[in-house]
Write a protein that binds this ligand. Structure first.
Ligand code: 5AD
Length: 433
């Protein structure tokens, strides 16, 4: 099983290649030396990640050919939009009608959507977001694999189960060989083209050591690599980029400086935003977003969060529910509700029709096993599977009972593929041109 479809290089203009996927043309940046017109390649997040032999590509494409168009039809059917039931609130219909034409909504209109409670209204909001997702992103859904390389952390974030204050937690730090082995399994055995390497803020690895690991993964197991090691400093980001990392996953958690300060003793929002802004300038793809349902957060804050993610040029939005962890200062706070989170994803899709992918977070899946499907039908178009070795996974307990905590990669892949197929989604990951 692979998570991207091979494409044929049609044209090369400097470092940009035009790739053909069953007649659809897409664009990607190429950093590989030996790519020429007529080659088959895999691309992710707008980057060519590897070359593939014509015979292998052609046999994969043969299998995909029928499926590709069939999936598009299924998706199109599921994303049709009918606004205009006479029992529905007129004000809501006007807002959604405007949104469905990609007209910009004002703050009051967006807040109205975030305040929605009524079930019929919510369903229309979700359908509108799904319609926009289909219109601009087609049926592509990107699937990244995440390897949680260490749960050591020096930060004291109030919500997080692996933060420094949790003295009950057994800590682990994967060795370089273990990390390489996990990357090998993910890329070579399971066909992942895109990996996220994540840890707490762990001084146990230096930036040079991390860079060394990334370099070796890039050489041996070609893939698009996102780093998510917290605030490694601008020098650190540069080293990791030089080594071959091309994405940064770093949430700003909350755009409200007071909430940020209250939740992150000793840290400040400015420093986090500075990392995100500098990373973008360096050429990193940005995945960012915030926590939904944290104490003191109102709908205005959530709206600001979505606008901030957009301003930071997020190539993917990552907004997920807060889930209390028993060994943290927020143990007694209620978790966010599934519908509230999906509402945020839908509004994010309305705010950013064209650019950002929207991630279904594992935290959302943890709240309900149906949530991934609902989110994919409300504007989301991206998933992350956990490829951390099973022996360590349970210790990366940012919140309790994480979805897929004890599921083998093969099992996660099987259920993901069957979910995506039922919704007409294909695991491609490039912009249409
Ligand atoms: N609930 C939900 N998400 C959490 N994270 C940390 N703790 C929790 C929690 N209790 C998220 C943070 C962080 C990401 C790695 O995990 O948003 O950015």
């Amino acid at each position: 099983m692979c998570y991207a479809i091979p494409g044929k290089v049609e044209k090369i203009e400097k470092n940009t290649v035009i790739v053909d996927y069953f007649g659809e043309k897409r664009k990607a940046l190429n950093e590989l030396a030996q790519v020429k017109v007529g080659d088959y390649i895999y691309a992710q997040g707008g980057f060519v990640v590897s070359k593939i032999s014509p015979s292998e590509a052609e046999s994969i494409l043969e299998v995909w050919k029928e499926t590709f168009f069939h999936l598009q039809e299924v998706d199109l059917k599921l994303s049709r939009l009918h606004l205009g039931d006479k029992n529905t609130d007129r004000g809501l219909l006007e807002i959604l009608d405007k949104a469905s034409q990609s007209k910009e909504l004002n703050r009051d209109e967006l807040l109205y959507l975030l305040e929605l409670k009524d079930q019929a209204g919510l369903e229309l909001l979700f359908k509108t977001a799904n319609f926009l997702r289909q219109k601009y992103h087609k049926n592509s859904c990107c699937v990244h694999g995440i390897i949680e390389i260490s749960n050591y952390c020096i930060q004291k974030c109030h919500y997080c189960g692996i933060s420094y204050h949790n003295k009950e937690l057994q800590r682990y730090r994967m060795t370089k060989d273990e990390i390489l082995k996990s990357a090998q399994v993910a890329v070579q055995e399971y066909g992942f083209k895109s990996l996220v390497l994540q840890s707490g803020e762990d001084p146990g690895y230096s930036a040079d050591e991390l860079a060394d690991i990334i370099k070796e993964i890039k050489e041996k197991f070609p893939s698009l690599i996102f780093v998510s090691f917290g605030e490694v400093g601008i020098g650190g980001l540069e080293k990791l980029y030089q080594a071959g990392a091309r994405g940064l996953l770093m949430r700003f958690e909350s755009s409200n400086p007071k909430i940020y300060r209250d939740l992150h003793p000793g840290q400040n929002l400015e420093s986090r935003l500075m990392h995100l802004r500098q990373a973008y300038k360096m050429g990193y793809l940005i995945i960012t977003g915030g926590l939904i349902g944290i104490p003191g957060q109102g709908k205005e804050d959530i709206l600001n969060d979505i606008f901030l993610a957009k301003e930071l040029h997020a190539e993917m939005f990552s907004f997920g529910p807060f889930i209390p962890h028993p060994h943290t200062p927020l143990a007694g706070v209620k978790p966010a509700q599934v519908e509230e989170v999906i509402k945020v994803l839908a509004v994010a899709r309305i705010i950013d029709n064209t650019q950002a992918k929207i991630l279904v977070t594992t935290a959302l899946e943890t709240l309900s096993s149906e949530a991934a499907k609902s989110a994919l039908l409300a504007g989301a178009n991206s998933l992350m599977l956990n490829v951390t070795p099973l022996a360590y996974r349970q210790f990366y307990s940012i919140y309790p009972n994480r979805a897929h905590q004890s599921e083998d990669i093969a099992v996660q892949i099987e259920s993901t593929v069957s979910l995506l197929r039922s919704l007409g989604r294909a695991p491609t990951d490039l912009e249409t041109i």
